[in-house]
Write a protein that binds this ligand. Structure first.
Ligand code: ADP
Ligand code: GLC
Length: 480
């Protein structure tokens, strides 16, 4: 039996701020149980739903050194959907209203979590062959393993993988403070290790010390070796190019299934979407106060409202977009300027634009199902899951050709009759607008072609099957 430990800062259904949670919540289930024992360790955030917290069972507790402090580590366990989860309990660190807060607090919080995730292993009797770390919050895991645990027989053969879900966030703080917090020797704080540009950088530590590095699409794996996408670590990505590979994300095909999704007004399938899908549009228009019109081209957005996702292009074009024969439904939270931008257009074009500035699982599913097209003009996109969800629901993505968007959406080719969506190459507002208008044209004027594209989109397979196999092969190879 191969033993793998996932260490992550968020995971569906316990806590989610973005796609990372979807991945950590769905991937561990996709390895054959007879061969792989995959377990997951997460922080026990106070803001997790009571429903889950009340199911967690106390396992043990101990005190752990972190720099000059000695900190309480509570360990709770829960088997959910066949997977063993461990939760690290410490109310000093994990009491906030959200998983992430001020960076200076998070820096200490995730140093604590990363060391605790390693420290608790003997106490729960799990000795993984491989530790799979996700994003900067767990970047110190490979570092602590090397610095504080390797000499112990229990840990000495453990391998590590660092998966980059977003290179933009690195966990950067000043050297002195991080040295003080972590208690790591000064040996580790040099530019070939944890230091980057005069500061301490958690993700960099992980990228230097992990045995292998992955990211969540092939294209992003290439992009991050260039200065534009490299977030100042492109040099390191090039240096470690032999240990870096892209494995595209999948989505949970049980959770995102138009045939069984309990959030939908009307379930539908690849066979009957031509008749049934529109009933969801009707219901959503009614629910959100949009003009009732089955035929109207309805474009959806479900996203964190940040620059990464291309909202400056949308802000720039939104007035003109609203002159088109389309409706827009937006669900998201994030930067205030974008939240207010959508609120403004919902007011200015009421009945045509619906702005839902909050988080809602239910509404997100309804949007994936009800819309005709899904707009995602990202500046960069390591993988992107929203476009995969849209494809699954036969809602055609309109995307910029970057990262995972480029790898998962095949642009429509009217001559060859191929494609599952629409795309444009340059980060340019007019290019986006023209692509949106082109989609609108196909939708209204070539409905048969549109529907054939929906057929292809719904037939595309972005379940975890293929990608989990790639991870498994990688685990096998590393464990030896
Ligand atoms: P990222 O991780 O960069 O935010 P992804 O496309 O990988 O982008 O994943 C985003 C996930 O978060 C998807 O599951 C999407 O449905 C969900 N999501 C984003 N914003 C909201 C929201 N306001 N309400 C519900 N779900 C949301
Ligand atoms: C990050 C990326 C997103 C990716 C997700 C899961 O949040 O921004 O593109 O899909 O992680 O890997």
């Amino acid at each position: 039996m191969k033993k793998v430990l996932f260490v992550a800062s968020e995971c569906v259904p316990f806590i989610k701020t973005g796609g990372l949670a979807d991945v950590v919540g769905s991937l561990p289930k996709c390895f054959p149980k007879e061969e792989y024992d995959v377990r997951v360790v997460l922080p026990k955030y106070m803001c997790m739903k009571e429903e889950f917290k009340s199911q967690m069972q106390y396992i043990t507790h101990f005190y752990m050194d972190l720099g000059w402090r000695s900190q309480y580590v509570g360990v709770l366990g829960l088997v959910y959907d066949g997977i063993q989860f461990y939760f690290v309990d410490n109310e000093y660190y994990f009491a906030g209203p959200k998983p992430y807060g001020n960076i200076y607090e998070d820096i200490e919080k995730f140093a604590f979590f990363s060391k605790a995730a390693l420290s608790l292993l003997p106490t729960v009797g799990f000795q993984p062959d491989l530790i799979h770390c996700h994003d900067w919050q767990t970047g110190l895991v490979p570092v602590f393993l090397k610095a504080c645990f390797y000499t112990d027989e229990f840990y000495s053969r453990m391998k590590t993988i660092m998966t980059i879900h977003n290179l933009k966030f690195q966990g950067v703080w000043d050297l002195k403070t991080v040295q003080n917090i972590t208690g790591l020797p000064s040996y580790y704080f040099t530019p070939d290790k944890l230091e980057a540009y005069g500061d301490a950088n958690y993700l960099k530590g992980g990228l230097v010390y992990a045995d292998a590095i992955t990211t969540v699409s092939d294209t992003y794996a290439e992009e991050i070796k260039t200065p534009f996408y490299g977030e100042h670590l492109d040099g390191l990505m090039n240096a470690r190019a032999n240990s870096l590979r892209g494995i595209v994300n999948g989505i949970d095909y049980d959770e995102y299934n138009p045939e069984t999704d309990p959030f939908l007004a009307k379930n539908y399938s690849a066979k009957n979407f031509r008749k049934e899908k529109v009933k969801n549009k009707r219901a959503l228009q009614e629910e959100l106060g949009l003009e009732q019109d089955d035929k109207k081209f309805l474009v959806g957005i479900v996203s964190r409202l940040t620059d990464q996702k291309g909202f400056d292009l949308i802000a720039y074009m939104m007035d003109e977009m609203c002159q088109q024969d389309m409706q827009f439904v937006v669900l998201g939270t994030g930067e205030e300027k974008y939240e207010n931008m959508f609120r403004h257009f919902a007011w200015k074009y009421s009945g045509k634009v619906s702005a839902n500035i909050f988080y809602s699982e239910a509404l997100s599913h309804k949007i994936y199902a009800s819309c005709d097209a899904f707009l995602m003009p990202s500046l960069f996109e390591p993988c992107g899951l929203s476009q995969l969800m849209s494809l699954r629901y036969g809602t055609l993505p309109i995307v910029r050709e970057t990262g995972g968007l480029k790898d998962t959406v095949i642009p429509y080719n009217e001559y060859e009759g191929t494609g599952t969506g629409f795309s444009f190459a340059n980060y340019n507002a007019h290019e986006m607008f023209n692509t949106l208008k082109y989609a609108e044209y196909i939708y209204y004027q070539k409905k048969r072609e549109w529907n054939k594209m929906v057929d292809r989109a719904m037939a595309a397979d972005f379940s975890w099957t293929a990608s989990a196999k790639k991870y498994a092969e990688m685990y096998d190879w590393m464990i030896g």
